[in-house]
Design a protein. Structure first.
Length: 307
């Protein structure tokens, strides 16, 4: 079963779902190659169903997205769809356009910045956060300084990070699929919701040769941001407040938090599959699975049907 952690950020619920599969179902050896097909159109609304099955081919250093629906996704920031801007709340269209652009910048800074992925300080992301939102600032101070974070102060709640001495990205492409939506929030704020899935192909650090193992760590994040009216909320220009966020992690680790993703190199086939609790990390037709809201105390993990 998944790990469920609840906490508070500035008095608002913070929810994370950790889905670290003990075994990835559907990894089989096969012939080289992948399914031909044009890239998918940008995601402008919630899909109605999960993407279709791909040939059961394992990823390689040369083809890290082989056998994955992500092979047809866009690269990096291009996979995050931004809607057209209209006057909303306290903002005119130009201000909304800027808020949307900066919201996407935040998703890029937390999930695509190469320095952050190597475990460095997420300076660009922090610069977009309201410095007066004290609970968030306290989370940042604790999460980014602790060598043994608690579940509620795990930096992975907001930032994608790997230990460079243990894990390296395969190539320089991270596949993404997702979108931004917005509406008027409290006190006339512009409330932006980002729902984005990131697919990171990784391999053990060091020179493993051309046949080195490749694992895909899949992370889906839903983050709700409030671009507040400075006449109503203490804030700074170009910064926003966090309302809530949730994250699914597949192939990111299945033990106490370390502050970094821990891909299951060499162990994916050694763990029994949980037939009763299976998750498709590519299925964006459903909201992030929060289960029954309980907190797991053991090391149980959901089983990903594919990776």
């Amino acid at each position: 079963m998944g790990w469920y952690v609840t906490g508070l950020v500035a008095g608002l619920a913070l929810l994370v779902v950790g889905l670290f599969p003990q075994e990835v179902v559907g990894w089989f050896d096969g012939n080289d190659g992948g399914r031909d097909g044009a890239p998918l159109a940008a995601e402008s609304e919630s899909p109605r169903e999960a993407p279709g099955a791909e040939p059961a081919l394992r990823p390689t250093l040369a083809e890290p997205f082989r056998g994955s629906p992500a092979a047809h996704w866009a690269d990096g920031a291009a996979g995050i769809t931004v809607p057209s801007a209209k006057a909303t709340g306290w903002m005119d269209p130009a201000q909304v356009e800027r808020a949307l652009r900066q919201s996407r910048d935040f998703m890029v800074a937390t999930g695509l910045d190469s320095r952050v992925l190597r475990g460095e300080r997420p300076t660009k992301a922090i610069a977009l956060l309201n410095p007066h939102q004290e609970d968030v600032q306290e989370y940042l101070r604790t999460a980014l300084s602790s060598t043994a974070p608690a579940p509620e102060t795990n930096p992975l709640l907001l930032f994608s990070r790997f230990r460079p001495e243990q894990t390296r990205l395969v190539g320089d492409v991270v596949k993404t699929r997702g979108r931004l939506t917005y509406r008027e929030g409290k006190r006339g704020a512009v409330e932006v919701t980002a729902d984005v899935t990131f697919v990171y192909p990784v391999t053990p650090a060091g020179n493993g040769g051309r046949d080195a193992e490749v694992v895909r760590t899949i992370v889906r994040r839903t983050i709700v941001m409030s671009w507040d009216d400075p006449a109503e909320v203490i804030t700074e220009p170009g910064t926003m407040s966090l309302i809530s966020h949730a994250v699914d992690m597949t192939n990111g680790g299945c033990s106490a938090p370390t502050g970094y993703f821990v891909p299951p190199f060499g162990t994916a086939k050694e763990q029994p599959a949980d037939e009763a609790h299976q998750i498709d990390p590519y299925d964006r037709s459903k909201p992030i699975d929060t289960g029954n809201g309980t907190t797991a105390t053991g090391s149980d993990c959901a089983t990903a049907t594919r990776s």
